[in-house]
Write a protein that binds this ligand. Structure first.
Ligand code: G
Ligand code: G
Ligand code: NA
Ligand code: MN
Length: 254
């Protein structure tokens, strides 16, 4: 209850930070996008991991308000960056399954925030997990089609770890698969991981989807991925998620 009360206050006051992790096109070595990741550093509790407080926010009915804070900050920040950077960046935001209970409302809220910040929907990316597709299947499918029509792109996060059937990849307006970082680890020694990563890359190629590898930490992983046709990557090798000032310092003040 204590943590919930403090989280509610933090959200009300906008005391929630957004960190940014670049998505890299390896061949050209350029940043093509950023993923917004929520951060909460509480005066009493200290740094609380999103893995701990997002479930609490969901239970307490706060996820919507948390998302609004993230949207406001991330849309205005990335709009600013795109005015000054050589290469425009996409903005990816994570969505919880709970947010799909009312698809029409969700679509209207996204439209509201993007137009408020004059953020071109073509540069906005929604990240959902396979469990989102399972949870409220019909509502989610409806929302995805509306969002697609509006022009935003849809990525499946942590791909390969869920239980959903692959047939949805053909039926749904999905743009990108994010290979879960567990399959990128030990790609050199772990034969089954490298086989799974390769299988996801070729699946995305045959279905004409984009593919990005998460959790790329080592040069050998980057080399393996490039050799196998996956040129988009994200991970500590390039950068950990950074506060806005640090992101500017590292990537925009050349
Ligand atoms: O940033 P970090 O790697 O600690 O994220 C932990 C988990 O929290 C990841 O699964 C990530 O997708 C999720 N997450 C981070 N930011 C958000 C957010 O704004 N909304 C939702 N729903 N999940 C987020
Ligand atoms: O579920 P999602 O993919 O959104 O989770 C993102 C989480 O992964 C964030 O908490 C981020 O801090 C973490 N992350 C990003 N890059 C790396 C990496 O290279 N290695 C590891 N171990 N975690 C990473
Ligand atoms: Na994500
Ligand atoms: Mn992921």
């Amino acid at each position: 209850v204590h943590i919930e009360t403090r989280l509610r206050k933090a959200i009300q006051k906008g005391d929630i930070d957004v960190y940014y992790q670049p998505k890299i096109e390896a061949k050209r070595n350029v940043i093509t996008g950023v993923e917004a990741l929520v951060r909460w550093n509480d005066a009493e509790l200290g740094f609380v991991s999103p893995e701990a407080f997002i479930p609490i926010a969901e239970e307490a009915g706060l996820i919507q308000y948390l998302w609004e804070v993230v949207m406001k900050k991330a849309c205005s920040q990335v709009s600013e960056w795109n005015k000054v950077s050589d290469e425009k960046m996409t903005l990816a935001v994570n969505f919880s399954p709970r947010q799909f209970q009312d698809p029409v409302a969700l679509v209207n809220e996204i439209k509201h925030f993007l137009s408020l910040h004059r953020f071109d929907p073509a540069w906005f990316e929604m990240e959902i997990t396979e469990s989102t597709l399972l949870m409220n299947a019909e509502e989610t499918i409806k929302a995805l089609h509306l969002l697609k029509k509006y022009g935003i792109s849809i990525s499946i996060d942590d791909f390969g770890t869920g239980y959903s059937s692959l047939s949805y990849l053909k039926k749904l307006p999905i743009d990108c698969l994010k290979i879960d970082r567990s399959f990128i680890q030990d790609i050199q020694e772990d034969y089954s991981n490298s086989e799974i990563a390769q299988a996801i890359i070729s699946l995305s190629q045959s279905l004409k989807l984009e593919v990005i590898a998460e959790g790329v930490e080592e040069e050998y992983q980057k080399a393996f991925l490039m050799k196998n046709g996956c040129d988009h990557m994200q991970g500590y090798l390039f950068s950990k998620p950074l506060a806005a000032e640090d992101f500017e310092e590292a990537f925009l003040n050349s």
